[in-house]
Design a protein around this ligand. Sequence first.
Ligand code: GAR
Length: 191
Amino acid sequence: MRIGILGSGSGSNMQAILDAIEDASLDAEIALVLSDNPNAFILERARTNGIPTALIDCRGFKSKYPDEAQRETAAALKAAGVELVCLAGFMRLVRKPLLDAFPDRILNIHPSLLPAYPGLMAWQQAVEDGASESGCTVHQVDSGMDTGPIIIQAKVPVLPDDTAETLHARIQIEEHRIYPEAIRIVTGVTS
Ligand code: GAR
């Protein structure tokens, strides 16, 4: 199973997928890591591990993911032989050009129990809302924002003294467990 990963940030979820491959609990290979942010640590992590990387050129748009850039992303993933695309902290909305290239084969991890708290900084939304629990979700990507069929979720309690940062840190521990598990579920591939 050749996996392509798209990320904009630190890449700890990419690392978790890589760790699962290395400890042989997931029989897969990360074929390509793509980022829209040239300074993203995910690129550094990938290079350190000998994984090919490339930049996504979003034509100077801050948050938009232009169709042309999506077509280029799809072409790069196809050229790398990617069969499953994993969004891991990727902060742009994927739409038709990429969705059509990988039907039902794009996953996303989101730091809340969807459908609660879609969008940005979901952990902060949970704290500000006074929620007693939150968590994380891996789901298939469709044309909506953080919609699409849910594959797996994990609950995390919100503690009385939680800040956005402490809650996010505890959610991430669960993210790193459920993302490899979601890949096993959708592909039927273990070791
Ligand atoms: C993760 O918490 C992920 O759930 C979140 O960004 C973080 C990326 O961390 N994604 C979203 O908020 C997407 N809407 P990472 O770069 O260390 O994997």
